[in-house]
Design a protein around this ligand. Sequence first.
Ligand code: G3I
Length: 325
Amino acid sequence: PITQTLKEKAKFKIGAAVKMRDLQGEANYKNAVLKHYSQITAEFEMKMASIWTSSTAYNFTAADYLVGFAKDNNLEVHGHTLVWYDSFPEWFKNAKYDSIAFESKVKVYITDVVGRYKGRVKSWDVVNEVFADGGAMRNETVINSLFKDPIGFYGRCFRYAKAADPDAKLFYNDYSVALDAGKRASIKKMVTRFKANGVPIDGIGDQFHYATDTNRQTMKTGFTDMASTGLLIHISELDIKVNTSKSDSYVFTDTEAQKQAETYKYITTLYEELPQAQKFAISTWGVTDKYTWLTTFWNSKEYPLLLDADYNKKPAYHGFLEGLK
Ligand code: G3I
């Protein structure tokens, strides 16, 4: 039979991080999104740095475009991300608000953004990347340095999002959740506190920015522990590095492509072991090797996604499919 596409075979959403520039500028990119994916995440356009242009104005142009594109093409939208220390706009940081003013402005921002897309953006990464490796609070100077009880602030942000759209699924998102036992312990402690206090959290995202040499037993143990929270589980930014030594002379051979396919298959097999009620989505962080963030942030010779630079399916695409039930 003709090979099914990712979204045809999966019993949960298959998402991709997309850029407005690429959707508008490249027909092959847009067609690949429509062919293989059932959900989109804005790689940048729905973050504070993109929307919150000044204390008196928002710029929703790009976010509106993506939400409109999704609606026109029957795609879901996963909102990424409301509160992230790394995406506060410069003007906001320079204002040096005290914690009261800081929180009242963030509350208005969350209310305005979630309210604008109520009923159209069905899920949000309310909070992103709060913990450092090992599980201590991240040592950043935007949020954690301002609040004596940062977790309390983050919990209130979930409440603000819930109030703005009671039907939206609200996630905490972070990287290396499955691999970093200390970080995972801190996340689980936060989830326990949130549940005890009635904070409306529905899910956890592990970004899964992993590699062909990521230890699979560690991944499995951690993923299972993450699932023990009982929350929706989102593999939220999946890409699998192949150039694990960051070599400028790396060659993506057939053998390397096969290793990557096996890693993707391992991950989708692992995800399928979740109880159906905890399945939400697997989202890749990008559509094509042509536009991966990793060629900038890792090495120019990196090929982490399911489609190659010409939008052809790689062995990784078939490996991903094979793991799906
Ligand atoms: O195009 C804009 C330009 O108009 C603007 O003036 C300028 C100043 O802010 O930014 C330009 O946008 C760049 C944007 O990517 C383009 O899409 C930003 O400089 C650049 O910082 C941004 O990088 C993104 C990064 O998050 C920071 O937001 C990457 O594309 C994106 O892949 C990366 O994604 C993150 C997830 O959100 C969280 N998990 C980790 C992941 C990888 O770092």
